[in-house]
Write a protein that binds this ligand. Structure first.
Ligand SMILES: [Zn+2]
Length: 420
């Protein structure tokens, strides 16, 4: 019998582009435990990142296992096949025990009209003035709304069902944590839409433990949230209340929680998230990835000499190939090219100038440049193309890089969400 894997209440996706920072990342979770909170580390890496870097999911597993062993971590930890689908899941099956089933591309693909009719007939309880505990006003949901939401999302949920059953057959029921992601799409999902989606997920009998909707506002990679903070706060709380309701009503797993993708660096919404999960006694999964790669570049720049030169070279190459690097990330970056410094300027920078421009600390350093940071965020392909020169530099400058990686995760992410 496979053990039934369960994700705990608080967890953080740590990513690790080059599989060199697992120890530094785990150290942040150890610091969290010492400060009084259990935060489960999840090493997530998407198929897209593996393709860009030319790496294998088994390397992510090996790095995670080695860090856990070396640091004597006794808690749970996972390796997440992030943003996979039916076509791409194969090489993730053995090394991963967490699967993020990405069905964003199927949103809006029309389901069969008979399936939509059947869904509407099966769910009369959705229609009317729906009172959900912890949501101020009853949700006015009529049949036309349910039909509209089903038309937009049912095919995506059916697709998630296909992916889930394929994974369950190959890896074993209960032998992985299933997540559904709908974040990389244009329109955010509202709480009433989320309710309809959860009802459809229950119909498909997918025991999801996390769901990643697209929230209102921009979740650009590596920089702060851009949007209406009040609206985000209300929708996030209503999403939590909707999930709690759907768990009871539709028998979804009790530990089902929200997963916040592109979750790193969103400092302005962390207080709202922290208060909401405390008030509603809910869990959350915060997914980060590239923020760690950026700390590697910061560490290299900080070490000066060849490290700084390498960081400058990565910037110059990223600048030269900006359009190509940005294309796969269109919905999650927002770069103002006119604010990007010229590579020749960056090449003249001192360690301090480079670090101040890149480190996400605009409060203390007005030199912080979010456009440069986003460009470098997607620029890891440049480092991947350096034939091992980049990873050798990581190894040569390990202590200074590790210090940046750990402090970034603990001080700027874990602390404001799970501790303060
Ligand atoms: Zn995502």
């Amino acid at each position: 019998m496979p053990e039934h894997l369960q994700l705990s209440k608080y967890s953080i996706g740590v990513g690790d582009r080059f599989a060199h920072q697992a120890k530094a990342q785990l150290t942040a979770c150890i610091q969290a435990r010492e400060a009084g909170v259990q935060v489960t580390p999840v090493w997530n890496k998407s198929n897209r990142e593996h393709l860009i870097i030319g790496s294998e999911p088994s390397q992510t597993r090996a790095a995670a296992d080695a860090a856990v062993e070396q640091l004597g971590w006794q808690g749970a930890y996972f390796v997440d096949a992030d943003h996979i689908n039916l076509k791409t899941s194969g090489r993730f099956l053995a090394p991963c025990d967490f699967f993020t089933m990405d069905v964003a591309d199927d949103i809006g693909r029309p389901a069969e009209s008979a399936a939509i009719d059947a869904f509407v007939r099966r769910h009369p309880e959705l229609i009317g003035q729906l009172s959900i505990p912890r949501i101020d006003h009853p949700l006015p949901i009529d049949e036309a709304f349910v039909r509209r939401v089903a038309s937009k999302f049912l095919a995506a949920v059916q697709q998630a069902g296909l992916i889930y059953r394929d994974l369950a057959a190959k890896r074993g029921e209960g032998a992985f944590v299933p997540e559904i992601s709908m974040d990389e799409t244009d329109a955010p999902q509202t709480p009433p839409e989320l309710l309809v989606i959860l009802a459809a997920i229950a119909d498909e009998q997918i025991p999801i433990q996390t769901i990643a909707p697209k929230f209102t506002g921009r979740f650009n990679k590596g920089v702060d949230y851009v949007g209406d903070l009040q609206q985000f706060t209300k929708e996030f709380r209503d999403d939590l209340a909707t999930i709690a309701y759907a768990v009871e009503r539709y028998g979804l797993p009790r530990n089902l929680k929200l997963s916040v993708h592109s979750g790193s660096d969103k400092y302005s919404i962390y207080p709202a998230i922290r208060e909401a999960i405390r008030d509603l006694d809910a869990g959350v999964h915060l997914k980060t990835a590239g923020t760690t790669w950026l700390e590697e570049v910061i560490g290299l720049a900080e070490s000066g000499g060849d490290g700084l030169k390498l960081a400058q070279e990565v910037y110059a190459e990223a600048h030269a190939h900006a359009a190509e690097l940005c294309a796969p990330y269109a919905t999650v970056i927002d770069i103002h090219a006119e604010n990007l410094p010229l590579p020749v300027t960056v090449a003249s920078w001192t360690s301090e100038q480079f670090v101040r421009a890149l480190r996400h600390d605009g409060k203390h350093h007005p030199e912080f440049n979010p456009d440069l940071r986003q460009l470098l965020h997607v620029g890891f392909k440049v480092a991947a193309g350096m034939n091992g020169r980049y990873t050798r530099a990581l190894e040569a400058n390990e202590p200074i890089i590790a210090r940046n990686v750990t402090a970034n995760l603990f001080e700027r992410h874990i602390r404001p969400i799970f501790l303060d």
